[in-house]
Design a protein around this ligand. Structure first.
Ligand code: PRT
Ligand code: MG
Length: 220
């Protein structure tokens, strides 16, 4: 271990909202308490009760990138985000079982999805999760035209942009409010701990106890 790596702070990349909120108890189990609240503060670097540990607030889709390049040693990211990122440079040692939801295909109530798939129709599918959608439909042998969106996928079928969408569903309230129904589950989703591969070697002495505390807290 180099002295430089040993003396640099441990940086944890979290997105605000459900991931930050649901990671707090896990951090507490490791004796780490953030000193700020990203919901009320605009500060993007949050100190913790430990002088050698800090939290950086990133967009959910950017967490793997920060950890991949070592700008953060640790992070938390949804499986949805990790699939789209590809996972290069990351260890994913732990399913944290937080921010749970399901990746679903959804369509308007009056769209006969089973029939369209059965007839070998070429489906237009709008999604933020292009890689996940491509792999899902390829495995089923269904031809799709994928349309990449960055948000509000629910609007796409209503506005005539697509026949169906691939999106995350938790309560189902958003689908219902837009008269869409889930027609197929692609996979269950939860968030994972991600670790920079070099950090794990260079900062192992300080990272191992944190990883172990997270692991114990998840199993409880
Ligand atoms: O919101 P922002 O654009 O900043 O980024 P983000 O949506 O990527 O971040 P965030 O914090 O909303 O989500 C972070 C992670 O939480 C995601 O990567 C998922 O792994 C996980 N997660 C769990 C969810 C949901 N549940 C969820 N319901 N992410 C998004 N949603 C959205 C969904 O896309 C849909 O628009 O909530 C809506 C549906 O919710 P229900 O309850 O109406 O079904
Ligand atoms: Mg969101």
């Amino acid at each position: 271990m180099t002295d430089t790596a040993a003396s640099t702070p441990i940086t944890i990349a979290l997105s605000k909202g459900r991931i930050f909120d649901e990671t707090l108890p896990l951090l507490a189990a490791a004796g780490i308490v953030p000193q700020g609240d990203p919901e009320t503060s605009r500060e993007l670097i949050i100190a913790t009760n430990r002088p050698d540990v800090r939290v950086v607030i990133v967009r959910a889709t950017d967490a793997p990138t920060y950890v991949q390049y070592g700008a953060a040693d640790l992070g938390v990211a949804g499986k949805d985000v990790l699939i789209e990122h590809g996972g290069a440079g990351l260890y994913q040692p732990l399913d944290l079982k937080i921010a749970c939801c399901r990746m679903m295909v959804a369509a308007p109530e009056d769209f006969d999805y089973a029939q369209a798939v059965h007839q070998g129709a070429r489906l237009k599918v709008a999604t933020k999760y292009v890689r996940t959608a491509r792999e899902h439909f390829a495995a089923k042998g269904v031809h799709v035209d994928l349309i990449k969106l960055y948000g509000s996928m629910e609007l796409a079928p209503l506005a005539g942009l697509a026949d169906a969408i691939v999106d995350l569903v938790s309560t189902g309230g958003t689908l219902r409010a837009n008269r869409l129904v889930a027609v197929e589950e692609i996979m269950p989703i939860s968030s994972r701990l991600i670790v920079n591969q070099a950090s794990l070697k260079l900062k192992r002495e300080r990272l191992s106890p944190i990883l172990e505390a997270f692991s114990r807290a998840v199993r409880r």
